[in-house]
Write a protein that binds this ligand. Sequence first.
Ligand code: GLU
Length: 412
Amino acid sequence: MTDTLHKATALVREVADMLGLERRHPHLRLVERLTTPDRVITFRMAVQRDDRSVEVFQGYRVQHLDILGPYKGGIRLHPAVDLDEVKALALWMTLKTALVDIPFGGAKGGIAVDPAALSPQELERLMRKYTIRLADDIGPNSDIPAPDMGSGAREMAWIYDEYRKSHAVARSVVTGKPVELGGSAGRREATGHGVVCVLQAAMRQLGMTSPTIAIQGFGNVGGQTARELFALGHKIVAIADARGAVGNPAGLDITALAAHQQRTGWVSGFAGGEPVADIIAVPCDVLLPCAMENAITTANADRVRARLIVEGANGPCAPDADRILAARGVFIVPDVLANAGGVIVSYFEWVQNREGFYWSLADVNTRLSERLDDAYRRVAATATQRQITMRQAAYCLAIEKIANGMVLRGVQ
Ligand code: GLU
């Protein structure tokens, strides 16, 4: 078992212990059911490259738990994807959907591939093959994929189109589709928009007014978060992508930086800032890790200068780092709350597809911020009441809700 997966399940055990779950329900094996996925699907896909050579890719879908509704979760396209990572991400989806009160369980999919190394035609063949392999396992009422790192609306359109060839009811099989094909207004922006909502709630709680902000990641989540914060007049002092980082203590012009990235592909070389060696160590009040897991570990946690971390990515603070940061008084808003905006609007998309009635962007965003504000309030109140961290509090609420679902459903 890799470290990430081991630590993800360890925290579930710790919180289940805190809640006395096994003691309260001694025969239901709640912890085992919470920590072990219901179903793991792994498969190989042979795909023809444009030069007619064949390449074989490894695909995954992990269906973690569907106590509260159909399995739900994105598909990650990244060369480092492996089974343990997908299992950890699927577990986090189960907790996330439970925490923000949407009627889904948790799942995650992945393909070990660098999507940038394939032509659009090759990628389309790969995504269609992935869908064919899973056509009997996904479905509007059973398991609903969505975008994750490396995939977006284009890939979801291919999944929808391929699934539709064999199923009459197909729109709600996948969320994050292009708006033209039944995607929801605001879905693409939803995760970043949610990070901003949650950051604002944390700032209110901590009494922060005009913080300096550093962001790791300038993709769908980090990029949207940066653009919104800049539009709101916040000072973003550094931004990193997978290649490098730029900073400017007077604040980066995010519109100009986005144009530079559009032109060159990366943030480095931007004339409106200086190169930054380590985004984690940048002097700032707020750090937003919006890229990969384990960005902050025991190796660099003591270099963090921020007072507040809002986890736009899934699992960016390793649990051992969590302890170091907590001891240093850094306030962390956990991933299962901070980046839940994406799956919340995925739920809205699923509802709209089933009703055939589409909402305005303003309606989507109002309903999104209501749900996130409510979840934030519940997590903050639980953390205060129990004198625990925001992450432990979020896990408490999610696990308690899932455990209740298990008890109510019973076992035959
Ligand atoms: N991949 C996103 C996440 O990690 C969104 C999942 C979804 O919309 O189903 O939350």
